[in-house]
Design a protein around this ligand. Structure first.
Ligand code: SIN
Length: 201
């Protein structure tokens, strides 16, 4: 059922002639930076909120029992905090594969919350990229009562691990960044305290 967006993203060439690109992460890209980056700075984007409305059939669930991961939903006046990474364009290739379950690269203006490490870059905003899963993608699940979303996350697991870990890692990373996110924190509070079952090998 999943639509693989890897091919669509390869055709997005906005920054192909740039030596470096700023990528904004708001979900697993905040806490799982398993790709090389030159610099990382906390940042935010405007007009979006983070929601567990995207289905995960490949990482935190299966086609039969999808999990839920975050995407961004338009909300004027809202601010979504996350992490910006300065990367070289070839890093997008493995990221397109990682984000293939419905996410498309979109251009966004991102606003830095902190100064550059070396103090050299004094810009407070730049054009960058974000992986966005819009409501017309095949894996989009949309809104549901919070308890139902929590239940689905508590149950789901996939090749990348338990869906619950994705949620709890995100909540913990947001707390470290001192970011308030009622949607994420309310879901995290509803996770059962019992130890997680072993992942099948
Ligand atoms: C992101 O983290 O920016 C995209 C969604 C995800 O991979 O969790």
């Amino acid at each position: 059922m999943t639509l693989d967006t890897t091919g669509l993203n390869r055709r997005m060439i906005h920054f192909d002639d740039h030596e470096t690109i700023w990528l904004f992460g708001y979900g697993s890209l905040i806490w799982k930076a398993d790709f090389p980056f030159i610099e990382r700075r906390s940042a935010h984007i405007q007009g979006w909120v983070r929601r567990f409305w995207q289905g995960s059939h490949d990482h935190r669930g299966t086609p039969e029992a999808p999990g839920r991961v975050v995407t961004l939903v338009r909300k004027p006046e809202a601010v979504c905090h996350g992490m910006a990474y300065l990367i070289t364009p070839e890093i997008l290739e493995p990221l397109d594969v990682r984000e293939k379950n419905g996410y498309l690269r979109e251009v966004t203006r991102l606003y830095f919350d902190t100064l550059a490490d070396d103090g050299g870059d004094e810009r407070d905003s730049v054009e960058g990229l974000v992986y966005l899963a819009t409501e017309d993608n095949a894996a989009f699940l949309g809104d549901a009562p919070l308890e139902a979303i929590a239940e689905q996350i508590a149950q789901a697991q996939g090749p990348s691990g338990h869906n619950r870990d994705y949620l709890l890692n995100l909540a913990s990373a947001l707390r470290q960044l001192r970011v308030e996110d009622d949607h994420v924190f309310s879901l995290a509070e509803q996770m059962p305290q019992a130890p997680l079952p072993e992942m099948p090998r």
